[in-house]
Design a protein around this ligand. Structure first.
Ligand code: DQA
Length: 177
Protein backbone atom coordinates (compact mmCIF):
# COMPACT_ATOMS: atom_id res chain seq x y z
CA UNK A 1 0.00 0.00 0.00
CA UNK A 2 1.36 3.44 -0.95
CA UNK A 3 2.02 5.68 2.01
CA UNK A 4 1.54 9.45 1.95
CA UNK A 5 3.33 11.79 4.30
CA UNK A 6 1.02 14.56 5.54
CA UNK A 7 3.01 17.42 7.04
CA UNK A 8 1.66 20.34 9.03
CA UNK A 9 3.69 23.41 9.87
CA UNK A 10 3.73 26.00 12.65
CA UNK A 11 0.69 26.84 14.76
CA UNK A 12 -1.46 24.14 13.21
CA UNK A 13 -1.20 22.32 16.57
CA UNK A 14 -3.43 25.13 17.89
CA UNK A 15 -6.33 24.37 15.55
CA UNK A 16 -9.62 24.29 17.39
CA UNK A 17 -8.86 27.46 19.34
CA UNK A 18 -6.71 29.37 16.84
CA UNK A 19 -8.69 32.07 14.98
CA UNK A 20 -11.71 29.77 14.54
CA UNK A 21 -13.43 32.28 12.25
CA UNK A 22 -10.60 31.64 9.75
CA UNK A 23 -9.52 28.07 10.48
CA UNK A 24 -12.68 26.50 11.91
CA UNK A 25 -13.22 24.76 15.23
CA UNK A 26 -11.88 21.30 14.42
CA UNK A 27 -8.62 20.26 16.05
CA UNK A 28 -5.64 18.86 14.19
CA UNK A 29 -6.56 15.44 15.61
CA UNK A 30 -10.02 15.76 14.01
CA UNK A 31 -8.34 16.61 10.71
CA UNK A 32 -5.96 13.67 11.10
CA UNK A 33 -8.92 11.31 11.56
CA UNK A 34 -10.69 12.73 8.48
CA UNK A 35 -7.51 12.49 6.40
CA UNK A 36 -6.81 8.91 7.48
CA UNK A 37 -10.43 7.94 6.77
CA UNK A 38 -10.37 9.22 3.21
CA UNK A 39 -6.91 7.77 2.61
CA UNK A 40 -8.13 4.32 3.71
CA UNK A 41 -11.01 4.61 1.21
CA UNK A 42 -8.44 5.46 -1.45
CA UNK A 43 -6.15 2.58 -0.52
CA UNK A 44 -3.47 4.84 0.88
CA UNK A 45 -1.70 4.78 4.23
CA UNK A 46 -1.04 8.08 5.98
CA UNK A 47 1.82 9.28 8.15
CA UNK A 48 0.44 12.50 9.70
CA UNK A 49 2.81 14.90 11.50
CA UNK A 50 3.04 18.46 12.79
CA UNK A 51 5.97 20.63 13.78
CA UNK A 52 6.56 24.26 14.63
CA UNK A 53 10.22 23.91 13.59
CA UNK A 54 11.37 24.46 10.03
CA UNK A 55 14.37 22.15 10.40
CA UNK A 56 12.14 19.31 11.60
CA UNK A 57 9.82 19.67 8.59
CA UNK A 58 12.87 19.69 6.30
CA UNK A 59 14.21 16.54 7.99
CA UNK A 60 10.88 14.79 7.48
CA UNK A 61 10.75 15.84 3.80
CA UNK A 62 14.30 14.54 3.26
CA UNK A 63 13.40 11.29 5.01
CA UNK A 64 10.38 10.74 2.76
CA UNK A 65 12.55 9.75 -0.21
CA UNK A 66 12.16 6.03 -0.76
CA UNK A 67 9.61 5.84 2.09
CA UNK A 68 6.54 7.79 0.94
CA UNK A 69 4.82 7.86 -2.45
CA UNK A 70 3.98 11.54 -2.04
CA UNK A 71 3.71 14.48 0.35
CA UNK A 72 0.64 16.50 1.30
CA UNK A 73 1.94 19.70 2.83
CA UNK A 74 0.38 22.51 4.82
CA UNK A 75 3.51 24.45 5.65
CA UNK A 76 1.55 27.15 7.53
CA UNK A 77 3.37 30.47 7.49
CA UNK A 78 6.54 28.75 6.15
CA UNK A 79 4.58 28.51 2.88
CA UNK A 80 5.24 32.20 2.37
CA UNK A 81 8.80 32.39 3.70
CA UNK A 82 10.72 29.15 3.34
CA UNK A 83 12.96 28.68 0.36
CA UNK A 84 14.62 25.92 2.41
CA UNK A 85 11.42 23.85 2.50
CA UNK A 86 10.94 24.43 -1.25
CA UNK A 87 14.54 23.26 -1.86
CA UNK A 88 13.95 20.12 0.23
CA UNK A 89 10.83 19.33 -1.81
CA UNK A 90 12.77 19.82 -5.04
CA UNK A 91 15.55 17.57 -3.75
CA UNK A 92 13.31 14.59 -2.95
CA UNK A 93 11.32 15.03 -6.18
CA UNK A 94 8.19 13.33 -4.83
CA UNK A 95 4.70 14.40 -5.91
CA UNK A 96 3.48 17.18 -3.61
CA UNK A 97 -0.05 18.45 -3.00
CA UNK A 98 -0.07 21.82 -1.23
CA UNK A 99 -2.98 22.32 1.12
CA UNK A 100 -4.41 25.19 3.19
CA UNK A 101 -7.50 25.45 5.33
CA UNK A 102 -8.09 29.07 4.38
CA UNK A 103 -8.20 30.59 0.93
CA UNK A 104 -4.81 32.31 1.06
CA UNK A 105 -5.65 34.33 -2.09
CA UNK A 106 -8.60 35.99 -0.33
CA UNK A 107 -6.42 37.06 2.57
CA UNK A 108 -3.56 39.52 3.15
CA UNK A 109 -1.29 40.21 0.22
CA UNK A 110 1.73 38.64 1.97
CA UNK A 111 -0.07 35.26 1.92
CA UNK A 112 -0.50 35.31 -1.86
CA UNK A 113 2.98 34.08 -2.61
CA UNK A 114 3.85 30.45 -1.89
CA UNK A 115 7.33 28.97 -2.17
CA UNK A 116 5.72 25.52 -2.02
CA UNK A 117 3.48 25.93 -5.09
CA UNK A 118 6.34 25.78 -7.57
CA UNK A 119 7.21 22.30 -6.26
CA UNK A 120 3.59 21.11 -6.08
CA UNK A 121 1.45 19.18 -8.55
CA UNK A 122 -1.42 21.38 -7.40
CA UNK A 123 -2.85 23.46 -4.59
CA UNK A 124 -6.05 23.05 -2.59
CA UNK A 125 -7.10 25.88 -0.31
CA UNK A 126 -10.16 27.47 1.20
CA UNK A 127 -12.28 24.47 2.15
CA UNK A 128 -11.39 24.23 5.83
CA UNK A 129 -10.70 20.70 7.04
CA UNK A 130 -12.30 19.42 3.82
CA UNK A 131 -9.18 20.74 2.01
CA UNK A 132 -7.29 17.75 3.48
CA UNK A 133 -9.88 15.27 2.21
CA UNK A 134 -9.67 16.85 -1.24
CA UNK A 135 -5.88 16.76 -1.02
CA UNK A 136 -6.01 12.99 -0.43
CA UNK A 137 -8.24 12.65 -3.51
CA UNK A 138 -5.81 14.81 -5.48
CA UNK A 139 -2.86 12.71 -4.33
CA UNK A 140 -4.68 9.47 -5.25
CA UNK A 141 -5.32 11.00 -8.68
CA UNK A 142 -1.69 12.03 -9.13
CA UNK A 143 -0.37 8.62 -8.02
CA UNK A 144 -2.89 6.84 -10.28
CA UNK A 145 -1.90 9.02 -13.22
CA UNK A 146 1.75 8.20 -12.68
CA UNK A 147 0.86 4.50 -12.57
CA UNK A 148 -1.04 4.82 -15.86
CA UNK A 149 1.91 6.59 -17.48
CA UNK A 150 4.19 3.77 -16.42
CA UNK A 151 1.88 1.20 -18.03
CA UNK A 152 1.19 3.17 -21.18
CA UNK A 153 4.90 3.87 -21.66
CA UNK A 154 5.53 0.15 -21.52
CA UNK A 155 2.69 -0.61 -23.94
CA UNK A 156 3.53 2.16 -26.41
CA UNK A 157 5.38 0.99 -29.53
CA UNK A 158 8.95 2.18 -29.83
CA UNK A 159 9.36 5.23 -32.04
CA UNK A 160 12.87 4.26 -33.04
CA UNK A 161 12.61 1.66 -35.78
CA UNK A 162 14.64 -1.40 -34.97
CA UNK A 163 16.90 -3.16 -37.45
CA UNK A 164 14.23 -5.69 -38.50
CA UNK A 165 11.54 -3.09 -39.25
CA UNK A 166 14.05 -0.93 -41.18
CA UNK A 167 15.02 -3.96 -43.26
CA UNK A 168 11.35 -4.77 -43.92
CA UNK A 169 10.69 -1.20 -45.15
CA UNK A 170 13.71 -1.26 -47.43
CA UNK A 171 12.50 -4.57 -48.89
CA UNK A 172 9.03 -3.08 -49.58
CA UNK A 173 10.55 -0.01 -51.26
CA UNK A 174 12.70 -2.25 -53.47
CA UNK A 175 9.69 -4.33 -54.46
CA UNK A 176 7.75 -1.20 -55.46
CA UNK A 177 10.52 0.21 -57.68
C1 DQA B 1 -2.54 28.27 6.42
C2 DQA B 1 -2.46 29.65 5.76
C3 DQA B 1 -1.17 30.35 6.14
O1 DQA B 1 -1.12 31.64 5.54
C4 DQA B 1 -1.07 30.52 7.64
O2 DQA B 1 0.16 31.11 7.99
C5 DQA B 1 -1.28 29.24 8.37
C6 DQA B 1 -2.35 28.35 7.92
C7 DQA B 1 -3.90 27.58 6.15
O3 DQA B 1 -3.99 26.38 6.34
O4 DQA B 1 -4.87 28.25 5.80
O5 DQA B 1 -0.64 28.96 9.38
O6 DQA B 1 -1.53 27.45 5.85
Amino acid sequence: MDSVLVLNGPNLNLLGTREPDIYGSETLDDIRAKTEGRAAERGLAVDFRQSNAEHELIGWIQGAKGQAAGIILNAGAFTHTSLAIADALAAVALPVVEVHLSNIYRREHFRHHSYVSRQAEGVICGFGSESYVLAVDAMAHVLGRKGENRTSRKAAPSRTPNKASRAARTATKKKRS
